[in-house]
Design a protein around this ligand. Structure first.
Ligand code: HEM
Ligand code: HEM
Length: 178
């Protein structure tokens, strides 16, 4: 394995905690129509509050990245990776930014109230199908695009690790590094 320069521990921590959150929020999203009527509101609230946490972590991550540029790719990484990784990472960031924003509009204009456990936030907006219906569709389509891109991204990471052996995955691996 070539010697690699790793991302900072903060960037690595945020990457993996947010990857887990995307899976959690995404699975809850896909299950929205499967809950019994009595518990559906509860789970949609859990989805929304977890999504807001993801959004807050994303802002922290963007702030951290602004002051800590990613380490240069290992010399062994190919030309295709150099060209593709930037746009794919940017698209992942943009989707994680825009999906929650559209989710908030869908949530509020469905007349729902955020329940954070200790307190509730009610915008007092009446349910308006003309708004929440199209935004719910767009929110869902963008979430599917995020899932597809995450699949491509994870496959690329495994390709680097097991076929190219170029040390790219090592840069983002939790722990102290080898
Ligand atoms: C990256 C974060 C998120 C992902 C991946 C995600 C994913 C999804 C998915 C896959 C669906 C189902 C769409 C469909 O059935 O076509 C959904 C629905 C929904 N999401 Fe999200 N979501 C995220 C963040 C949020 C946030 C932050 C909120 C609100 C604050 C939110 C509110 C909603 C609402 C209200 C629905 C529709 C629920 C219903 O009434 O059926 N989402 N989301
Ligand atoms: C929901 C899941 C995931 C999301 C949203 C995500 C998002 C991202 C983003 C935005 C970056 C760019 C970091 C930066 O330069 O600022 C990144 C880097 C990286 N991710 Fe993920 N990721 C996810 C899952 C995974 C998985 C499952 C793997 C491994 C199998 C992985 C491996 C990597 C690696 C190795 C890098 C560093 C790439 C490089 O050195 O340029 N990611 N990820």
């Amino acid at each position: 394995m070539p010697t690699v320069v790793r991302y900072t521990p903060v960037a690595i921590f945020l990457h993996w905690i947010m990857a887990a959150l995307v899976v959690w929020v995404g699975v809850l999203g896909l299950l929205h129509d499967s809950w019994p009527k009595g518990t559906q509101g509860f789970w949609i609230n859990v989805h929304a509050v977890s999504g807001l946490l993801l959004f807050a972590l994303l802002l922290a991550r963007i702030g951290w990245r602004a002051g800590h540029a990613p380490p240069p790719l290992p010399a062994e990484a190919g030309e295709l990776s150099r060209r593709l990784s930037g746009p794919v990472h940017l698209a992942l960031y943009l989707l994680m930014l825009v999906i929650p924003m559209i989710g908030v509009v869908t949530f509020i204009w469905h007349g729902r109230v955020f329940d954070f456990g200790l307190f509730r936030v009610d915008f007092g907006i009446k349910s308006n199908r003309a708004i929440f219906h199209p935004t719910e569709d767009v929110h869902g389509y963008l979430a599917y695009a995020l899932f597809a891109l995450v699949g491509l991204h994870a496959a690329a990471a495994l390709w680097h690790q097991y076929l190219r052996h170029d040390g790219v995955l090592e840069r983002m691996r939790p722990g102290r590094g080898r």
